[in-house]
Design a protein around this ligand. Sequence first.
Ligand code: ADP
Ligand code: MG
Length: 604
Amino acid sequence: MQCVLRDKFRLYPNAEDEYDVTLFENSLVFEPCVKGKGLAPYRSRTEVRLEDVIGCHVMRVAENATGLKRSVSYFCVYAYHLVQKKKQNLCHRRQKRTYVFEVDHSGEYEANLAVSRVWQSAFLWLLRGVKPERGGDGQACIPAELPAQRHYLVIVNPKSGPGRSLEIFLHRVRPILAEADISHLLLVTERRNHARDFIKNLQLNQWSGILIISGDGLLYEVYNGLMERPDWELAVKIPIGIIPGGSGNGLARTISHAANEPYVSDPILASTLGIAKGRVAPLDLMKVETPSGPLYSFLNVGWGIMADIDIESEKLRAIGEIRFTLWAFWRVFNLRTYHGRISYLPASEKMKGSGSNGVISRLVTSSRNGPSSAPPRNRSSGADLGDLCGQNGNTRTLNRSKSAPEGHHTGDHTTSRSGMEDGTDMEKAAERALPGGTDDQASVPATGEELPPELELVADSSVGRVPGPEPQEPTLSAPEWFPALTDPVPDDWTVEEGRFIICYSSMVSHLGTNLFIAPESRLDDGIAWLLIIRGEVSRFQVLSYFKAQEDGHHVDLPFVRLIPVRAFRLETFSDSTITVDGEQVKTRILQARVLPSLGRILTF
Ligand code: ADP
Ligand code: MG
């Protein structure tokens, strides 16, 4: 392991003993200078993996604090460690730890601050996956400038699921964004399609990504808004983060599952940390053609009992995910079959005019950060960030997240943009609108160890920031192999006709917390997983299917088929519900094809 920085600091607030502190390229290690000294739990060697770290801030003694030396500077490191639950060894979760180091080498504050800045810069660059260059003596050269700040557009649907999305954002997500050095601007939707319309006209290149706090339905709006833009090829590449706030949160669950992150114990924390880490990964989308025009999907196309459950249980939205289970019982009790035809191109057929799995994703790598000469301040490339090797992209600062500890200011001020309110004002209004105002945190679990109130953040406006990466050229080529909706399906497609119970395609492994529909699905496998149950099954068999799908064992049932496909066409012969990403679509025919790796998500 290569050493990046080494020094001696005290740990705040246990500031009695000095520690040897070493920053390596993938961990931070500290131990008391005098063996056996130091305060519990840091009496022996402590190692913090950078994988678990999301940010580093520089702090100073607060204006109104007493009894602390004003010449001291501090830097704090925010980590979320994986811990095992004692009783259930398998079910782990993440727990927050904040490490505050005291820099007191000099009687001059500025000199101590300079040391803190070097450590902060080293941390932030390493967190972006950038290892320091080495001088002739092997010493790491730490850039004086911090990496460009990430700036996210946050869209909240206050009506999703049980209606807690705004509260979730303000109380649980926002503090973590601040720790991770991510600034944001908040849009609270006022109606259906608000986000879709908004996204259609948004100047995208000022954003590093879009965060959705809602169910899958709001992201469906966002993707359709992005694809309706003239510059869709670039727009659709904007990295998307999703925090589960709805009753159907398939993508959030799938992303955590793919990253092997503990989700069930705290879905909000798992998803927010993924966004804070900000690795950008490819996401398959699907183009769904209907007689009234195309739709874009990242989740599923549903027909049969599952689509009925999805739509008919809407009235139970307020009870959250459990609505699907309750309505499943109702629908099995009142079982019906669905008459139609499904035609599909199995994934085993070679894909004409397209790359193989994972190859297209490689074409979307980003350029590295541009030249270090200062570009215009607001120049950034929201739709072009990061690459697929663990480095996330970042944009210039526009405004700052409200910082985690209330009242701590992180620096730059809010910039208004056309058509949007000042982010801070909007958030204040949003907070006031919440029942109980800002202090209503009773129902929100605490994040864990917090910062000492006598320290405050030091603005980094005096430190340089490197520019964000340049926009890249779109790389998507049009497919020639796909039939028109009015043409017969090609010969290499399989056609099945008759009565069905379920005909359902999924792009994700999970459609809900305990709905493991396509166990082998990967976010960029270029595959839609087509689940088919024919009409000739009993109520008991359908029930056993619903039970088995909780952990993915439905694939072993003899009457269930899960077929990997590249494209399919669905025709219904009787009145029945069809859904795309959980939203009802009024049509009797549609056809869909996978657009491999067209979108991009933020992940751990
Ligand atoms: P859920 O998982 O609870 O269904 P979704 O995020 O899927 O939550 O949203 C459900 C629906 O709400 C979507 O169709 C979306 O278009 C719509 N919607 C978005 N914003 C609003 C709003 N402010 N008021 C009402 N409906 C909205
Ligand atoms: Mg897939």
